[in-house]
Design a protein around this ligand. Structure first.
Ligand SMILES: [Fe+2]
Ligand SMILES: [Fe+2]
Length: 131
């Protein structure tokens, strides 16, 4: 069986370390999908891993955008900030009802993170991510 989501060369920003991090985020989305029947405890561990990976990624990406003088750095940073805020709220909601949080997390990852940010905003900044 194929992966749930797959990184594609069209999503490349032309920087191998950023591309590797993006691939890693796709991989974590696959792990999330695979975790649907796992225990709440396992789901929570995975949620935490994604929060951590996203924080690191946003930080690294912002450093490169700043170094290359990206004109939309402020907006990009703001979007990262919102993504992290949202994902942390979902992680917190896991304390109440982790099953429900799993659906929220999948929705967030597919829509906000992959479709909107990685394939949208990051692509628009590729010129400033190349080196
Ligand atoms: Fe990114
Ligand atoms: Fe980004």
């Amino acid at each position: 069986m194929g992966e749930f989501v797959e990184w594609h060369a069209d999503f490349s920003v032309g920087n191998s370390s950023i591309d590797e991090q993006h691939k890693g985020l796709f991989e974590l989305v696959n792990q999330m999908w695979d975790s649907r029947k796992e225990s709440e405890k396992k789901k929570r561990v995975l949620f935490k891993g994604i929060v951590k990976a996203l924080r690191t990624h946003c930080h690294d990406e912002e450093r490169i955008l700043a170094k290359n003088g990206c004109p939309s750095l402020k907006e990009h940073r703001h979007e990262h900030h919102n993504l992290i805020k949202q994902i942390e709220e979902i992680l917190d909601s896991c304390d109440k009802d982790c099953k429900k949080s799993w659906y929220k997390m999948m929705g967030f990852l597919m829509h906000e993170l992959l479709a909107h940010h990685l394939v949208g905003t990051d692509q628009a900044c590729r010129k400033y991510l190349r080196s």
